[in-house]
Design a protein around this ligand. Structure first.
Ligand code: ZN
Length: 266
């Protein structure tokens, strides 16, 4: 993407994040993929509402600085997503209060309550807690990045990504709006889930319209599996949910990794 244009859109969306209360103080971070090996990112310790176009950092895909500005300490989260998702050109991380409340309560945003959300975003899984700016955080995100466009990070916040920064921001906004509606509907006595046949129709529409492709059928939410909708990858699909008593399955590689870890614990 053109660097000047990328700088402008980061400043514009940084202001929106701040004004909408998705971040306070110097929380959150934004980035844009400029070309194959250069990422333009928000600097560390600066409010997203008060950034300047010439204050942004540039780093390579290994996080090595390419200018004299220091990128956010959470850049590794962005780099993981760029490496795993060639289709993604922008990442938006913030602490929107309703979405973050889900992450603090240990809940994913994965109930089939809103048709538009199934069409455009799909489910938002909850990844295990990891200390920010360490590999704990990126390791816990890794199993989910491929099949989702937004994630909740336990006791931390949310990240969304897309083809450009507006799409990443829109996805973050949808996540926050959905969390808010879910909380309000619980206050009114509880949310009604959409029935399985309605979910199936929405999945077909979203694929025909190109909102999400069939790989999103591997999302780790309960409703796709209850509706028996799968991408056909079968055993390779990450199929996790944090609903009580729900089944958990792992890919072959993940299972081997877990067993290896268990064998190392003395
Ligand atoms: Zn954060």
């Amino acid at each position: 993407m053109d660097e000047l244009q990328a700088r402008r859109v980061i400043i514009e969306i940084g202001k929106l994040l701040y004004e909408r209360g998705y971040v306070v103080s110097s929380d959150g971070n934004l980035s844009v993929r400029l070309d194959e090996n250069r990422i333009l990112a928000t600097p560390t310790q600066v409010s997203k509402g008060r950034m300047s176009e010439d204050g942004l950092a540039i780093a390579d895909l290994d996080g090595k600085p390419l200018n004299d500005k220091k990128a956010s300490s959470e850049l590794a989260m962005h780099l993981l997503i760029y490496r795993m998702r060639p289709d993604v050109n922008a990442v938006c991380h913030a602490h929107p209060p309703h979405g973050t409340a889900f992450s603090v309560a240990g809940l994913a945003i994965d109930a089939p309550i809103l048709s538009e959300v199934i069409l455009t975003l799909g489910c938002v899984p909850l990844t295990d807690y990891g200390t920010p700016s360490t590999s704990e955080l990126t390791d816990s995100m890794k199993p989910f990045v491929e099949h989702h466009n937004a994630l909740l990070m336990a006791n931390h916040g949310a990240v969304a990504y897309g083809a450009d920064l507006w799409q990443a921001f829109d996805r973050l906004e949808t996540l926050e709006h959905t969390a808010k509606i879910a909380i309000l509907s619980r206050a009114l006595g509880g949310a009604n889930n959409l029935p399985n046949d309605a979910i199936e129709k929405l999945i077909n529409i979203r694929e025909k319209a190109g909102y999400l492709n069939a790989s999103a059928r591997c999302q780790s939410c309960g409703y796709l599996h209850e509706a028996k909708i799968s991408c056909g990858i079968g055993d390779n699909s990450a199929n996790r949910t944090n609903a009580a008593g729900a089944k958990i399955s792992f890919t072959r590689e993940e299972l081997i990794e877990l067993l290896a870890q268990a064998a190392n614990i003395k």
